[in-house]
Design a protein around this ligand. Structure first.
Ligand code: HGY
Ligand code: MN
Ligand code: MN
Length: 416
């Protein structure tokens, strides 16, 4: 690799500026970002990203699920590009860095290569994957899951949010239902930069996480059917209280996850009482469950124990509980050669680093099922994410972007 390429560094101020410029789209009073997928705020950041890609000389295409691809030509266009990127949608109480760092670091890499006049052997394609968060529409990592064939495009287009709006309608509303079929854009391999969203790197004072694996995920939709009745005149032993039932299920989930820990977590993050009223005993509740483990056998044990607990609680309380598994993502083991390439880049750049498992899911976890993929982590403050307090250091973001860029240069090859 030429000396110019070997010593290449991204423009830290420009990357930091881009992160904070895009944080305005969906900015919340507490300093976070609320940019639900396919919302008006998501359209704003997508328009910003499209223009930035075009200004950087990239050929932009959008696929049928709204995923965006910016292609930078390489000397050998006969081979598929190296894919780099992440997502720009956020949680309802999201932060400035989750997904954004990886997508804008990919853009910053292109800007840096352009400034340095570097041509790569293989082309590079930077990506913004639709609906990585899975908050408005399930599942999470939705578009990359369709890309790898876990779901059909039509199935995903028909998915509805809590207001009954479909993915198709939401895409049409913001004008991002592209004409490229999902999966048309091929890649030789894919690399994603992301904040760790956990406490390890910061606690160990490490700059770079070389991600070699990721937890598997189980998502369930649940429905409890009890019996609405008068809060004042219904004796306690006669009640079929859906909320009291859910409360027991929540505590059961917590103890099951602890029983199988430390490599297991379980969360009930959504609960909606149908027709809530202060003086009516809740009769019907919809809820969701998220269980995870890096070990497939533990995932099976979580499923088994949760179902057993739910049936026991339902029988005891004489209510009906429906628990449907709506998404199962197996644990991820990233491509060893690509993981080594990330580690070599971190070493070559002199950053402290360690191997790490991702607790969160990412688009790279899906892509790894059909192509070699790997991830680069950087610390975030107190390991906090999916919270408006999410924060990271400019120096760490720049370090992560440099490792990402040098990993991609090693994979793509430098022509000149
Ligand atoms: O759920 C996840 O792990 C990701 O943040 N969407
Ligand atoms: Mn993310
Ligand atoms: Mn997230």
């Amino acid at each position: 690799m030429s000396r110019a390429a070997t010593n290449l560094q991204i423009d830290s101020a420009r990357l930091w500026g881009a992160i904070h410029e895009t944080a305005q789209f969906g900015a919340t009073p507490k300093g976070g970002v609320r940019r639900l997928t396919l919302s008006a705020e998501d359209k704003q950041v997508r328009d910003w990203f499209r223009k930035a890609c075009e200004d950087a000389g990239l050929e932009v295409q959008v696929d049928a699920l709204g995923s965006m691809f910016g292609l930078r030509k390489g000397r050998d266009m006969s081979k598929p590009p190296i894919g780099v990127g992440s997502h720009l949608d956020t949680q309802p109480t999201g932060g400035k860095y989750d997904g954004v760092l990886g997508t804008l670091a990919a853009l910053e890499m292109v800007r840096t290569l352009n400034d340095a006049g570097i041509e790569t052997e293989l082309p590079i394609c930077i990506c913004n994957w639709t609906n990585e968060e899975g908050s408005r529409f399930a599942p999470a990592m939705m578009a990359s899951a369709a890309y790898v064939g876990d779901f059909t495009t039509d199935d995903i287009l028909s998915r509805k949010d809590a207001e009954g709006v479909t993915v198709a309608q939401a895409l049409d509303t913001i004008g991002y239902r592209g004409d490229a079929p999902v999966g048309r854009q091929k890649f030789t391999s894919f690399v994603e930069l992301h904040i760790e969203q956990g406490p390890i790197l910061e606690a160990e004072n490490k700059t770079i996480g070389v991600v070699d694996s990721g937890q598997g995920v189980l998502w369930y939709d649940g429905k409890i059917t009890g019996f609405e009745s008068h809060a004042g005149s219904t004796p306690m032993p006669l009640r079929r209280d859906a909320l009291a039932t859910l409360s027991e299920i929540v505590l059961a989930m917590e103890s099951i996850a602890k029983k199988h820990g430390p490599k297991a977590v379980g969360t009930i993050g959504e609960a909606v009482i149908a027709a809530p009223s202060r003086n009516v005993i809740p009769g019907e509740i919809a809820f969701t469950v998220d269980c995870r483990s890096a070990d497939a056998a533990i995932m099976d044990a979580l499923d088994r124990d949760l179902r057993a607990a739910v049936s026991e609680i339902a029988a005891k309380r004489k209510v009906e509980v429906q628990l449907d598994l709506v998404w199962r993502k197996a644990p991820t083991h990233f491509d060893p050669k690509l993981v080594d390439a990330v580690e070599n880049a971190a070493k070559q750049l002199g950053y402290s680093h360690r191997r790490i498992t991702s607790g969160a899911g990412h688009d790279a976890c899906n892509l790894n099922t059909v192509m070699p993929a790997a991830m680069v982590f950087v610390p975030c403050k107190d390991g906090i994410s999916h919270n408006e307090l999410e924060d990271a250091k400019q120096t760490d973001c720049a370090a992560g972007a440099n490792v990402l860029m040098h990993t991609v240069l090693a994979l793509a090859g430098v022509a000149s």
